[in-house]
Design a binder for this molecule. Structure first.
Ligand code: APR
Length: 255
């Protein structure tokens, strides 16, 4: 069993406000390949920007649609891992918990919906998907969400305005959804403990959140396989897999 510093356990036990930021590493044990790792076979010839930017969609919408259709299918097959479930449980135990994720796979929501603790507990916590959700689809013109569409060999069209449909994810060069980002910044700045989990901290503005928390006095805890640009400023680095460290931490703090 993993040993944690006593002081960290005490801080977590007492904390009223906790925010957690997750990145691709949090989904790694669900067997999900990162964007780059998934670019195998036919897709290896493209740069990420050729598949995930407004310019790419304007140039070749079918290519972009097909890439996301493939990713969407793969993601549908995977399940939340023990780290997702530990966070769902933490979300119900901490009075004010905010889960902020850069992942578009929707696995935190899935964990929340399927965890045992949510069956017995009515109060939920916000899950802020900073980069969107790959399972959601919206019109590139009018923004209307689409629940169903026909795959007829071309990019499906919006039932309302006839515009092309696209995944509801943030592409390179696009801004993050404003209200979601504002809520994330607020959660970071008011948190007493901020957990940074499975993220390399290379992509802004998400990478700034742990620093915003720290500047306001939060205890910053990093959970990662390896050090990142945050490590030097973090109060604790819990080195290991999030699917192992998070359940052990939950156990040590609350059970
Ligand atoms: N447990 C904990 N950490 C892990 C694990 C694991 N099982 N596996 C990998 N990691 C760590 C790696 O050491 C790395 O620091 O997760 C981090 C993953 O980093 P990135 O692949 O850069 O992912 P992320 O930080 O989420 O990238 C941010 O960039 O590609 C864009 O929009 C995309 O949301 C993504 C953003």
């Amino acid at each position: 069993m993993t040993e944690f510093p006593d002081i960290l356990l005490q801080v977590l036990r007492r904390a009223e406000r906790v925010a957690a930021l997750t990145g691709a590493g949090a989904s790694q044990e669900s067997g999900l390949r990162t964007f780059r790792d998934a670019q195998t076979g036919l897709w290896a010839q493209y740069k990420p920007e050729d598949l995930a930017s407004p310019e790419a969609f304007a140039r070749n919408p079918k290519l972009v649609w097909d890439w996301y259709a493939m990713r969407r299918e793969k993601i549908r097959e995977v399940q939340p891992n023990a780290g997702h479930y530990a966070l769902a449980e933490m979300g119900h135990r901490v009075p004010h918990f905010t889960l902020i994720t850069q992942n578009v796979d929707g696995l935190h929501r899935k964990a929340e919906e399927t965890s045992q603790v949510s069956e017995t507990c009515e109060v939920s916590y916000p899950i802020l998907e900073l980069h969107g959700n790959i399972q959601r689809v919206r019109c590139a013109e009018c923004g209307m969400y689409a629940d169903a569409w026909e795959e007829n060999g071309d990019v499906p069209r919006c039932a309302g305005c006839g515009g092309m449909l696209r995944p509801d994810v943030v592409w390179f060069g696009e801004s993050l959804p404003r209200s979601t980002l504002e809520a994330a910044v607020e959660a970071a700045r008011t948190s007493q403990v901020f957990l940074s989990i499975g993220t390399s901290g290379m992509v802004q503005p998400a990478a700034a959140l742990p620093f915003a928390a720290r500047n306001k006095g939060a205890v910053v805890v990093e959970i990662n396989l390896e050090p990142t640009p945050l490590t030097e400023k973090a109060d604790f680095l819990l080195q290991g897999k999030s699917g192992e460290v998070l359940p052990a931490l939950m156990q040590a703090v609350w059970l």
